[in-house]
Design a protein around this ligand. Structure first.
Ligand code: OFO
Length: 177
């Protein structure tokens, strides 16, 4: 059973995760447009992962007998600047999401909602990984500097990223484990 406050906060986070997916889809489109196919692939995988995050919370709210309330998704930007800028913007957004998750966990403590607290542990770990991935690419891009060979190599590396669907479960693999 979710409190009104908890339900509202989780519905807001569903919207944040939808926006993350939308943002990364926009970054994928932008990367393809400027000729960075590996970047486009990386962000397409990121988009798919964000949809998994969205559905994890969606399923959780349903399972707890709460009412999912879908809200409008804000329009993401269409221009993201240099390859380094794209990843700096990604890291900035992920830091925002980390703060949202931390705020949600703080609310579970206030509301004494142990179930939601346990549910959110997965997201805490996930955010550590997301920020680490972004920092890694940012470091490589800084090392490569203006060297086109370096950028070519990074693009090739990002092209290898593959989306791994969540383990199939009764939800048909929408993200709930
Ligand atoms: Fe990128 O972790 Fe969800 O939003």
């Amino acid at each position: 059973m979710l409190s009104e406050k908890m339900l509202e906060a989780l519905n807001k986070q569903i919207n944040n995760e939808f926006y993350s997916a939308y943002l990364y889809l926009a970054m994928s489109a932008y990367s393809a447009f400027i000729g960075l196919k590996g970047f486009a692939n990386w962000f397409m995988v990121q988009y798919q992962e964000e949809m998994v995050h969205t559905m994890k919370i969606y399923d959780y709210v349903n399972d707890q007998g709460g009412k999912v309330r879908l809200m409008g998704i804000a329009q993401p930007p269409t221009e993201f600047g240099s390859p380094l800028n794209i990843f700096e913007k990604t890291l900035k957004h992920e830091k925002f999401i980390t703060k949202c998750i931390n705020d949600l966990v703080n609310l579970t403590i206030k509301e004494r909602d142990h179930a939601t607290n346990i549910f959110l542990q997965w997201f805490i770990t996930e955010q550590i990984e997301e920020e680490a991935n972004d920092n890694e690419v940012i470091s490589k891009l800084k090392l490569a500097g203006k060297e086109s060979n370096g950028l070519f190599m990074i693009d090739k590396e990002l092209a290898a990223r593959v989306f791994t669907p969540p383990v199939a479960s009764k939800d048909g693999g929408t993200g709930k484990q």
